[in-house]
Design a protein around this ligand. Structure first.
Ligand code: WTA
Length: 648
């Protein structure tokens, strides 16, 4: 872990929300101050009052049980159901005929589901799952294209208390098998295929390969999205439409304990093995719905579009659970932003009159590169609020987003959070606080986020430090699935009783937080988390590779590019063909999102005397920054010289 954090970013522009926005905002500046003070003085009272906004079958008798840290229990004794909160209560509050999901497929096909229709689909699929033997607590893998059925599958699991584990469709068969095995999944829900950039992504084929190595899985449900030919294995595979045809639409939501697991979501940490982040029901639903309401200033007539796939935490919390809990109309789009042309997003916004857009800096940087002409073709006046998530947004991308997409009138919420935090922790409330390009501003009311030094002491203004959270919060992860020890070690051992985010940050003179990025070995590639170790183990898995070290290199579009240093086993030639083969091998092992941008062959890797790979040096070499590393501990100066010579 790097302990020397400095920031070179100097940014002094400040943007206050417009009078027009402030006047209609869900949370005003005064209200925000009041909420922050209340939550600091009486956190339990604050969270209890907020939790009243959810529907509980039975109220809790204790807000927080923190008697066995870091294992938190929220709303102890309460019973609740996420699917009931996302659907059923809107059937009686005047929203039953409101569009819940407006969906567009990549080829242009469209569907709209009202809350009433969504209810019927979810109930039927929940019953279908029961018929297939899924019981409360069972794990179900969801590996789907971004279709309404992905959300229906998630909500159906939640309805019967099954624990979903959604895997992004870009992950490989290997990755699916690993996750199936770790979670001991019983059922996999997939589709024949999905559309991406005009091509078919063969999901079922990947599942077939994964299931050959996933002994716990007894059944695979296949949704027919593309009419793509698939092999259905007798006794194991069933069609979505067949099980739905037989299912009853009557399925009351299970009354689940507040701490009943809602989902596992695998994410990369600093070791080779992805972590199954576990979230439970009551606290997560509070975090999701409250942040969505306050941060996105959601109103009943908004058309809200979070562009994240449900395979990521952003898709869980802000495509599905948060907005549906608030009875919002969500837009869901299956495919790529540049298909059939680079104006697809703007076309969708114009067509559906989207009012709130939530996307990632990596996408924004791509839009900038593609050019303003694609934006200017479209009427984007329906937009009133913009959001950013996944990585630090560089001020120039922020300005472009503000001016070109937001027409200068839309506040931008730069939202900092993690798979582990369940919901947004640091963010502007858009009508309540002026924004600065590149800063996520301040913690949500109730969130005790701080920047500290390595001893846990607050750092002075403008000095770099580690971002931590000093009090538990309702949507925090509960553990790493089946690995309590790793949960303790990873997040709670640096500072006892304090959550360690593994991000570096600084606070400016106004107390605004500027998140600078990871201080562990996690890469952020196009807003996707990847561990360097994961890529290294994939490389070492290749029969010709002896050793590998992977580092990130700054990249204008992706944020970070994946750069691999590889030593080969004797007798293998360092050819371009082998470079290409290694890239393909990593993509096969993990998924296309992990495909290395660069492979460099070397005779040995630079190591310290104790045998640790000198990553800082490799990062400098990868980024073409030569000479900043302290090389006196280099085991072999020749290695460095040779690697640098290769740069020329
Ligand atoms: C980074 C995504 C700066 C951060 C929701 C964090 C950000 C990691 C921001 C979590 C932001 C996310 N500004 N950095 N607004 N949002 N990050 O688990 O490094 O996929 O630790 O969750 O993304 O990534 P994850």
């Amino acid at each position: 872990m790097s302990t020397n954090i400095t920031s070179v970013l100097k940014e002094s522009r400040v943007f206050a929300p417009s009078e027009a926005f402030t006047q209609q905002a869900n949370v005003s500046a005064e209200e925000r101050e009041r909420l922050v003070a209340w939550a600091d003085k009486d956190p339990d009272g604050f969270w209890a009052a907020q939790a009243e906004s959810l529907h509980w079958f039975k109220k809790w008798n204790k807000v927080l049980d923190w008697s066995n840290p870091p294992f938190a229990k929220w709303f102890v004794g309460g019973t609740i159901n996420a699917s009931d909160n996302c659907i059923d209560r809107h059937l009686t509050n005047g929203r039953k005929n409101k569009a819940a999901i407006i969906w567009e497929g990549e080829p242009g096909d469209t569907r709209t589901l009202t809350y009433q229709q969504l209810h019927r689909e979810v109930c039927k699929f929940a019953n279908a799952l029961k018929t297939l033997g899924v019981a409360k607590g069972d794990r179900v893998t969801i590996y789907m294209p971004l279709t309404p059925e992905a959300a229906i599958a998630m909500l159906a699991c939640a309805r019967i208390g099954a624990v979903h584990s959604v895997i992004f469709g870009g992950f490989s068969a290997e990755a699916v098998a690993d996750r199936n095995n770790d979670a001991q999944a019983k059922v996999v829900i997939t589709a024949d295929a999905g559309w991406r950039r005009g091509k078919i992504v063969p999901l079922k084929e990947n599942v077939d390969a994964a299931l050959a190595k996933s002994p716990s899985v007894t059944t695979c449900v296949v949704f027919n999205r593309c009419n793509h030919p698939v092999t259905m294995k007798d006794g194991r595979d069933v069609w979505w439409h067949d099980v739905m045809a037989k299912a009853s639409a009557d399925c009351p939501a299970e009354q689940l304990d507040s701490e009943h697991p809602l989902f596992i979501l695998y994410t990369s940490g600093s070791t080779g093995k992805p972590k199954g982040v576990l979230h439970t029901t009551g606290g997560y639903m509070l975090g999701a719905s409250l942040t969505h309401k306050w941060i996105f200033d959601i109103k009943d007539d908004d058309v809200y579009w979070c562009t994240a796939d449900v395979g990521w935490i952003t898709g869980h919390t802000y495509t599905v659970y948060g907005p549906l809990a608030n009875g919002s109309t969500i837009l869901m789009y299956e495919g790529a932003p540049n298909h059939p042309a680079e104006d697809r997003f703007w076309d969708l916004i114009e067509k559906y009159r989207v009012s709130i857009l939530y996307t990632a800096p990596t996408a924004i940087r791509a839009f900038i590169k593609w050019g303003n002409q694609h934006v200017e073709k479209h009427d984007l006046t329906s937009l009133r609020l913009l959001g950013s998530v996944g990585e630090p947004i560089n001020p120039e991308a922020w300005m472009w987003y503000h001016e070109v997409i937001g027409g200068g009138r839309c506040p931008i919420v730069d939202t900092w959070w993690q798979t582990e935090t369940g919901s947004i922790l640091i963010t502007p409330l858009p009508g309540a606080i002026p924004t600065k390009p590149g800063s996520a501003t301040k913690p949500m009311p109730g969130i005790a986020a701080e920047v500290v030094d390595k001893d846990g002491k607050p750092v002075p203004a403008n000095a770099g430090g580690f971002l931590v959270v000093k009090r538990p919060w309702p949507s925090m992860m509960r553990t790493i699935y089946n690995d309590d020890q790793r949960f303790k070690d990873t997040y709670w051992s640096n500072y006892p009783g304090v959550y360690f985010t593994a991000d570096g940050a600084r606070q400016d003179d106004d107390g605004y937080i500027w998140v600078m990025g990871r201080v562990d070995d996690v890469l952020n590639v196009s807003g996707h988390r990847l561990s360097t170790m994961e890529v290294e183990s994939a490389l070492v898995n290749h029969p010709k590779v002896a050793e590998a070290a992977v580092v990130g290199r700054p990249d204008d579009l992706k944020g970070e590019a994946i750069c691999c240093f590889v030593t080969l086993k004797q007798g293998n030639d360092p050819t371009d063909d082998l470079k290409a083969a290694l890239k393909a091998h990593v993509a096969k092992e993990i998924g296309a999102l992990a495909r290395p941008d660069e492979v460099k062959f070397t005779d040995t890797l630079p190591k310290t005397r104790s045998g640790k790979i000198m990553r800082r040096l490799l990062r400098d070499i990868a980024a073409n920054r030569v000479g900043t590393g302290d090389t006196t501990t280099l085991e072999d100066y020749g290695v460095l010289a040779k690697l640098r010579a290769d740069e020329e």
